[in-house]
Design a protein around this ligand. Sequence first.
Ligand SMILES: O=C(O)[C@H](O)[C@@H](O)[C@H](O)[C@H](O)COP(=O)(O)O
Length: 242
Amino acid sequence: MTSKSERFVYEDGTALAAAAAARLITEISDAQNARGTAHVVLTGGSNGGALLKAVAASPARDTVDWSRVDLWWGDERFLPAGDGERNEVQAHEYLLGALPLEPERVHVAAASDAGLDLDAAAAAYASELAAAFGDGPTAFDVLLLGVGPDGHVASLFPGHPGYAVTEGTAIAVRESPKPPPERISLTLGAIRAARQVWLLAGGEGKADAVAGALGGQDLPAGAVHGTGRTLWLLDRAAASKL
Ligand SMILES: O=C(O)[C@H](O)[C@@H](O)[C@H](O)[C@H](O)COP(=O)(O)O
């Protein structure tokens, strides 16, 4: 089942981050109320990071029972543990380090110096997803995605092999057009199994990708949707060509 895209346009990047943070806190509480826990997929990139910082600063932050939140990543850079370019390292810096999370519910993809090669690390992430969701769909409650200027999401890039993968939940990505070259990414199928998919795009540099994706161009950003809702959370600059 797919959902129609809903667009929300905010004045600027600061308002976008604040609004997305407020929405995320509410959605996590709603998910916990309905199902006892919440599965949230975080994204790398500047808009994803700004959202995490806004959650950290929110007075409503501690209304969430963070001990009942499972965190995942839409993609991760295959770099040594602790490398500042890793999405999880940035997420811990921006927000996670301040939260009473259950460590076993923070699902970090293997670092490049953990003893697994890239393919094994991607397979290990897929196994962790299977352990959480069984043979069923990866029904994350909220899946966050930054949008690249070329219309990529997670580490699925236009015209790149990963975008065409139709099997499995997590894949190895090589020769990424966006550095670093080696990454682990959720597949399109894993993304589409989420209840809600939120695409975050701010700034003039995203205007073409946003207009292209919402205008029917064959771009990863235009190919993702949630089973319940698909939200485009934009600032005016990113929405300027709609
Ligand atoms: O690991 C990554 O690089 C991200 O997950 C990537 O998908 C990012 O979200 C987009 O490239 C947008 O990044 P910006 O918001 O910084 O443009």
